[in-house]
Design a protein. Structure first.
Lengths: 218, 218
């Protein structure tokens, strides 16, 4: 992942901020109003020192002996991570995975709103997607125009491997600055574009490798 | 991710092996029979020294001045990563994401065969899944029995956050040794179990954070 303006913060620390926020969002409706760095660390398998260090990159949020105000920290983390606003997102590719991503509620909860959906298959173009407030599938050739018109800065790529680079280039040429790539291929993007890949089979492969050293349990 | 028997190999190196293999599998049908560490590195944005170092953990595969035999290296990497065999996998949770994962062809290509599917919703139980050779959805209460009967060592969790820990514990109690978790929650698993989480919203959030420092391009 390329870094565009937050050079001093290690990437793993930023990733942990997302995990802190996720945990706090889960417990905020509970009775506790505060949480200690130890409690927050324990929920995520981290030390209290790690939690304090990560948060200290961004300011002084906690109070000694009391901990962090949960509501306050949720707000601070959202502001830091940029999910205190709505981001317009394009979804490209409407195969099985694309359909699942279109229906995934977790994006909107974080402020990521899929405002345009594209596919290269003419038979899908024009179809309204009930899971996305009936927005209509557009042909990929309309990508550049729509990216600008809807001010889309993030794109989710769920296209076949052989199309991924071409579509990524179309995205970045149009002004997209961040790409979440589900195609099983490495993408070359300009240095001012951020790209993150999720290869589901590779994830399983990594688990399998770790299992090779141990016999089955049955 | 916990490590169970391959302590000396850094996790990032193992992850890069997966990327090397993925690239080699894509180009193996081409005309080239060999590939240099420089070419392999360039395709993935790595230096040739990194490629050589990663592969050297596992043996001496290349020849100076010639490079690596592509077919040979594919075989070696599959053996190293454990994808030279078929792994039986359970898929748990048949919401939108679970359905997409059931239909995802990339798992089987890597030797990961979904041999059992579970859900807690009685209305889904007994339904045959055409995308998985018509295997029938089982109730989650049959998990332990089926894990043993079908020798399932890997599980994919696509259940709601509030169910994830309970299901993970059922899996590990039954003998599952690796869990790929799509629920947006951190799981506690025994030390001899490997767990890897994919939180799709967190991935986008991380991209958004990197974009905060740069203005929109339109």
């Amino acid at each position: 992942m390329k870094d565009t303006g937050s050079e001093s913060i290690p990437e793993p620390a930023v990733k942990r901020l997302s995990l802190y926020l996720r945990h706090l969002e889960r417990i905020r409706s509970g009775s506790a109003k505060t949480i200690s760095s130890r409690e927050l660390g324990e929920a995520l398998g981290l030390t209290d020192a790690q939690v304090r260090k990560d948060l200290a990159y961004f300011g002084q949020f906690g109070q000694p002996g009391i901990g962090y105000q949960i509501e306050d920290l949720v707000g601070q983390l959202r502001r830091i991570l940029g999910t205190d606003r709505v981001w317009n997102v394009a979804l490209i590719g409407l195969g099985n995975l694309g359909r699942a991503l279109a229906a995934y509620k977790g994006f909107l909860k974080k402020g990521f709103q899929i405002v345009a959906v594209f596919d290269a298959d003419e038979s899908k173009v024009g179809r309204a997607l009930p899971e996305l407030e009936s927005i209509k599938v557009q042909h990929i050739r309309d990508l550049a125009r729509t990216v600008v018109a809807k001010r889309i800065r993030l794109a989710i790529l769920a296209v076949p491997a052989e199309m991924a680079q071409e579509v990524a280039t179309q995205c970045t040429d149009a002004g997209v600055q961040g790409i979440l790539n589900f195609a099983p291929v490495s993408l070359a993007v300009p240095s001012d574009v951020t790209e993150s890949s999720v290869d589901l089979a590779v994830q399983l492969e990594q688990l399998a490798f770790r299992l090779l050293g141990s016999p089955p349990k049955f």
